[in-house]
Design a protein around this ligand. Structure first.
Ligand code: ATP
Ligand code: MG
Length: 223
């Protein structure tokens, strides 16, 4: 099983959008998928509950339940565990990073999101984990750049400690419409530009995690 934690210190950067869309893509690819919603806002849970079709299983959890959720999911032969996290508190999010095999740091390509992206990516590296920075809500008016971002932002992200995903998500209404039905944009608007962005991102993520060894869960046993 691969555990993928989606995080960002910045609120509204697209954590839940990424978690729901990518977990659903994994499900559509034939995998057994659990989405663990660690955010007390329960946005991912609201989305998945609105879903009419079969989809990823849902677990509403707190940081204290991470270990048990992961070990149950492994026992139940899940292929993917996605964890949607709140923007804070940091200690809880750090626990979600600790159980992860791979982390996705969500952020908008804007000046005010840059520092939170870099700090979040540095925290992931400090905890000894790998992952990707995924730009979300990029502008749609420069389709030749993937992901669309200002050159100076791209430059700063080169030094943040995690590689930048070659495909980000642009700001598209389809993401909001899809979320209202607990769907990913590939189901909601197949063939659309939003769907293409998500397909490319999922293909990249799948390739990245398929080569990873599983991170053993840290168990402290005292005699
Ligand atoms: N690519 C996108 N295109 C259009 N709207 C988007 C996109 N990504 C996210 N949004 C919208 O932006 C808002 C914030 O996104 P989301 O809830 O995924 O962020 P978050 O990081 O999970 O926020 P929070 O920190 O509150 O948990 C939502 O209304 C969502 O529908
Ligand atoms: Mg969220």
């Amino acid at each position: 099983m691969k555990t993928i934690t989606v995080l960002s210190r910045k609120g509204g950067s697209g954590k839940t959008t990424l978690a729901v869309n990518l977990a659903t893509m994994a499900f559509l690819a034939g995998h057994k998928v659990l989405l663990a919603d660690m955010d007390p806002q329960r946005s991912a849970s609201d989305a998945l509950r609105a879903r009419q079709e079969p989809g990823p299983a849902l677990a509403e959890i707190t940081a204290g339940k991470l270990f048990m959720t992961k070990s149950n999911a492994m026992r139940e032969d899940y292929d993917f565990l996605f964890i949607d996290t709140p923007a804070a508190p940091e200690a809880d999010v750090a626990q979600a990073v600790n159980v992860a095999d791979f982390c996705l740091v969500a952020g908008r390509p804007s000046f005010l999101d840059l520092a939170p992206i870099v700090r979040t990516a540095e925290a992931v590296r400090r905890l000894g984990k790998g992952g990707l920075v995924v730009l979300n809500q990029a502008h749609t008016n420069r389709p030749e750049v993937a992901p669309v971002a200002f050159p100076e932002i791209m430059e700063a992200l080169r030094f943040c400690g995690l590689p930048l995903a070659p495909h980000g998500l642009r700001s598209r209404e389809a993401f909001q419409k899809a979320m209202a039905h607990g769907r990913c944009v590939v189901e909601q608007e197949p063939g659309s530009p939003a769907a293409r962005d998500l397909e490319r991102l999922w293909a990249h993520l799948e390739a990245q995690v398929s080569g990873l060894g599983e991170t053993p869960m840290r168990t402290v046993l005292t005699a």
